[in-house]
Design a protein around this ligand. Structure first.
Ligand code: NAD
Length: 437
């Protein structure tokens, strides 16, 4: 199949590369000249484990191309995927569809022959209808079927998620389009990786329903963690005791500083807005949006308590800035809110992240960026683990203690056992683990 992908971000690039790995001929298109130039030089603009090798292999095989030209590849394509951003609209929290609409207008004029236009971007229910209208206005003769095929990959594990998904959801009522989409995903073993065909609106809503449910699980365990701290219980044991119940499952039950990233915050908010617009408000999700927002800043107060009061003039070392490990993405990372709250309280911040510092520098210029955990510990009054990168799981405590002003560790990801850290003479704070009883 000949496939064009519009947008070479975390989703578009991974989808394009994996579809070429399936054996399709893929052209990845982006407006950002710097991204396309880097990709054509064999350089990968995002950090995603395994991506560089897969790109090199498929470029060499002649199945994968990168360009800024949209018209040519779209005219030749059997399938066009739209994978541009759908951030929260600043004014009201709705999904900002301006990038999707503008890409669709460009596509409309370039279409030749029967083409399936797929929204891979996360878009609110009913967006497919809007895209049909836009194409109908711009190019009434176009022979096109608009399909929803939301993406469920996780950054940091994106390749495995795309190549071996729990499921693929395809929303369309058009038989020709369904046959084309079945061919796109034909290389997947349908026993292990089922393709679920639904109506377009159902597919669009499924993505939001899934993300909001995962966010709900996280918000729930975070609230249980807060209660654990008050009543003298251990949230990790509560999670285990709950999660081993197969009806509940162990995933997304790790208490932490609040969910972040480029999806959960904006998708929960967009679902809330859609539901309100249809006079069917989803109060459950409205509530967790608020809970999560206040939680991130509350983590700064945890740091304050750990060092015994005011952080003004104190040096706080931050380990991890990305919203999760194995990515360079800092969009909506809890670190942004925690850092801002600590700065507001007058703290001096020094930080290290294995992959996220380039992006973090733009958003958090006030931080003194360092080269590793030891450099962050030097002269610090407390260390705060915000992201659970593997390299923070084996910190050299005796060495860090020697470098720090005060041996205080605030572990917002519960990666250490309190006893182990205390053995090294550290004052240790984590999330939802109280040893009062
Ligand atoms: P991103 O910001 O990393 O990438 C978007 C890309 O689209 C950018 O490179 C931008 O230059 C390009 N672009 C915008 N308008 C364009 C146009 N008209 N023509 C060509 N290129 C254009 O975004 P992302 O994180 O990949 O997310 C894309 C979509 O996928 C969003 O809707 C998001 O909600 C959804 N999604 C993201 C993830 C994730 O983990 N990041 C997971 C599932 C779904």
């Amino acid at each position: 199949m000949r496939i064009a992908i519009i947008g070479t971000g975390y989703v578009g690039l991974v989808s394009g590369v994996c579809l070429s790995e399936f054996g399709h001929d893929v052209v990845c298109i982006d407006k950002a000249a710097s991204k396309i130039a880097r990709l054509n030089n064999g350089d990968v603009p995002i950090y995603e484990p395994g991506l560089e090798e897969m790109i090199a292999r498929n470029v060499l095989a002649g199945r994968l191309h990168f360009t800024m030209d949209l018209a040519g590849p779209v005219a030749d394509a059997d399938v066009v995927f739209i994978a541009v951003g759908t951030p929260s609209r600043k004014s009201d929290g709705h999904a900002d569809l301006s990038y999707v609409y503008s890409a669709t207008r460009e596509v409309a004029e370039a279409l030749r022959g029967f083409t399936v236009l797929v929204t891979k971007s996360t878009v609110p229910v009913g967006t497919g209808d809007q895209l049909e209208r836009i194409i109908g206005e711009a190019n009434p003769d176009a022979d096109v079927a608009v399909v929803s095929n939301p993406e469920f990959l996780r950054e940091g594990a994106a390749i495995a998620d795309f190549m071996a998904p729990d499921r693929v959801v395809v929303g369309s009522n058009d038989d020709r389009a369904k046959a084309v989409m079945a061919e796109v995903y034909a290389p997947l073993d349908s026993e292990k990786h089922p393709v679920v065909f639904t109506s377009r609106r159902t597919a669009e809503l499924t993505k939001y329903a899934a993300n909001a449910f995962l966010a709900l699980k996280l918000a729930y365990i975070n609230e249980i963690a807060d209660l654990c701290e008050e009543v003298g219980a251990n949230v990790q044991d509560v999670s285990l005791g709950m999660g081993l119940d197969s009806r509940i499952g162990r995933k997304f039950l790790n208490a932490g500083p609040g969910y972040g990233g480029s999806c959960f915050p904006k998708d929960t908010l967009a679902l809330v807005k859609t539901a309100q617009d249809h006079s069917r408000p989803i109060r459950l999700i409205e509530t967790i949006v608020g809970i999560n927002e206040t939680r991130k800043r509350a983590m700064a107060r945890k740091v304050e308590r750990a060092i015994g009061g005011d952080v003004r003039g104190k040096t706080i070392g931050i380990l991890g800035l990305t919203f999760k490990p194995d990515t360079d993405d800092v969009r909506e990372s809890p670190a942004l809110s925690i850092v801002q709250a600590l700065l507001d309280k007058g703290a001096l911040l020094q930080a290290y992240d294995p992959e996220g510092m380039e992006a973090a520098r733009e958003l958090m210029p006030e931080i003194d960026y360092r080269d590793d955990a030891e450099a962050v510990a030097r002269g610090a009054d407390a260390l705060v683990i915000i992201t659970e990168w593997d390299e923070f799981r084996s910190l050299d405590f005796p060495r860090l203690k020697g470098l720090m002003n005060e041996p205080v560790l605030v572990d917002l990801r519960n990666i250490y056992s309190p006893a182990h850290v205390a053995e090294h003479g550290f004052l240790y704070e984590s999330v939802g683990r109280s040893d009062r009883y």
